[in-house]
Design a protein around this ligand. Structure first.
Ligand code: UD1
Ligand code: UDP
Length: 387
């Protein structure tokens, strides 16, 4: 592949399909839209229908192509096949200079794979996170590892994530530690406008989200019962924005609907979510992104999972990985609610995920590589071949 003529903007296809990808690629899309060096071509796959569209307008992302892949109760294999096929078609039609994917979703994996088939180099934002357990989170750990084999640029949020990649054999000159774009976005949104908090009372406020596939079914029902026990204290208000996934609703609605002290609400748009997070006392979550946002707003986070690919927050003392056992959930939450010293320690632990300038580092690196007299193509200088 030849070098890129400097007078022509680099045409970057940004592929996103789920709520967290919209949130975390928005800073990159906005920065590219404001730069003469790039022409962003945003493709939404629609892997999430309502939860994605709810985000895009608010986040200032200008969508060029909208695919419509979501099916109710979609199976991963069917979803992956539809995504690869439709994204391959979009790439052939648009001929971007590079494809940008984020994180570990099926959209991200399919975007990277389709780009590889079309011989278009891939930039991976939020690269290098690992739990070390291939099926937990399922299927995201594998997705992220596979994207790591395909990508030409690996934008790691932390030094640890960068190290995972070089330990796996990715060349150090293709790995860049940038911070996480989720912090860029959170700061942008908080500066941009005010949303409405979903909390209604003056009780101790607990914000809960649950959606992971490996927790669905009996385990998620038991987690719901743990929340009911917490609500029985009588001095807490639990707000739980329910993911649109029918599997999540099947598990949680029968346990929690109408229960005093628990408010089940529809997914909040990002402004309202940020306001709700800013107002809460405590976060209980199995979400990836919320583990990163909570420490930025000095909110202790209890991570309701058996593994995390974000141990930095746990090591900093801002989050605790407590698993999915109901007794552990109730016990850890009560300790934090009842022990002000313990609470203060977690709340003040700080944010290890960056300074809010990750997107500008991504753009600077891409601009430098496209302007330099080195090949950027996946086939000419793939991560595992000699340059
Ligand atoms: C996906 C990602 C996960 C990410 C999560 C963020 C994969 C494999 N997983 O998981 O990494 O943490 O998104 O939320 O890519 N649905 C709707 N409307 C929506 C969104 C979803 O109806 O707006 C329903 C669909 O019927 C779908 C189900 O929710 O079948 C699950 O969605 P899916 O994207 O398949 O996986 P998630 O579990 O949401
Ligand atoms: N979020 C939101 N509204 C909600 C719940 C979450 O805007 O009702 C945001 C949250 O701030 C975070 C992102 O969605 O940035 C996390 O998405 P999710 O938990 O669905 O996915 P994950 O991060 O686990 O991949």
């Amino acid at each position: 592949m030849s070098t890129h003529p400097s007078a022509v903007p680099v045409r970057a296809m940004l592929v996103l399909g789920t709520r967290p990808e919209a949130i975390k690629l928005a800073p990159v899309a906005r920065a590219m839209a404001g730069s003469e060096q790039f022409e962003p071509v945003v493709v939404t796959t629609g892997q999430h229908r309502e939860m994605l569209h709810q985000m895009l307008g608010l986040l200032g992302v200008d969508v060029r192509i909208s695919l419509d892949v979501m099916r109710t109760r979609q199976e991963l294999s069917d979803l992956t096949a539809r995504l690869v096929q439709e994204l391959g078609g979009a790439m052939r039609a648009q001929r971007p200079d590079l494809v940008v994917v984020q994180g570990d979703t099926t959209t991200a994996l399919a975007g990277a794979l389709a780009a590889f088939y079309e011989k278009i180099p891939v930039a991976h934002v939020e690269a290098g996170l690992r739990t070390g357990v291939l099926d937990n989170p399922f299927p995201e750990e594998l997705n992220r590892c596979l994207i790591g084999r395909i990508a030409r640029w690996h934008f790691a949020p932390t030094a640890r994530a960068a190290r995972h990649l070089t330990d796996e054999g990715v060349r150090a000159e293709q790995v860049f530690t940038t911070g996480n774009t989720v912090i860029d976005n959170l700061l942008w949104v908080l500066a941009e406008g005010t949303g409405a908090s979903a909390f209604r009372t003056e009780a101790r406020r607990i914000l809960v989200t649950l959606h992971r596939r490996e927790n669905q079914g009996d385990r998620m029902r038991a987690m719901g019962r743990a929340l009911r026990r917490l609500a029985h204290r009588g001095d807490v208000e639990i707000v739980l924005p329910l993911h649109k996934s029918p599997a999540v609703r099947d598990a949680l609605l029968p346990e929690l609907d109408g229960h005093p002290g628990i408010e089940l609400v529809e997914p909040l748009d990002y402004l309202d979510f940020a306001a709700t997070l800013a107002e809460c006392d405590l976060v209980l979550t199995d979400s990836g992104g919320i583990q990163e946002e909570a420490p930025s707003l000095s909110k202790p986070a209890l991570v309701l999972r058996t593994t995390t690919e974000r141990p930095e927050a746990v090591e900093a003392g801002a989050a605790r990985l407590i698993g999915t056992d109901p007794d552990a959930i109730v016990g850890c939450a009560e300790r934090l609610l009842d022990d002000p010293e313990e609470y203060r320690r977690m709340a003040n632990a700080g944010n290890p995920f960056g300074d809010g300038r990750a997107a500008s580092r991504v753009l600077a690196q891409l601009a430098e590589d496209f302007a330099a007299d080195v090949p950027v193509g996946a086939t000419a200088a793939g991560p595992y071949s000699a340059a």
